[in-house]
Ligand binder design. Structure first.
Ligand SMILES: [Zn+2]
Ligand SMILES: [Zn+2]
Length: 51
């Protein structure tokens, strides 16, 4: 199960995942929609927000 870090929607495909650029501990998931609309995400681990 993967949940988009921006909109908290369950994502099954067409998403990207990458480590938080600040703490590198938490894996950020972003759905296709949030990537296209450049929504910000928040790392639940350190509170880092990014585009
Ligand atoms: Zn999303
Ligand atoms: Zn982080």
């Amino acid at each position: 199960m993967a949940v988009c870090s921006s909109c908290n929607t369950l994502v099954l495909k067409d998403f990207v995942e990458f480590k938080c650029p600040k703490c590198a501990k938490h894996t950020i998931l972003r759905c296709k929609h949030c990537r296209q609309t450049a929504k910000t995400y928040t790392c639940p681990e350190c509170g880092f927000t990014g585009p």
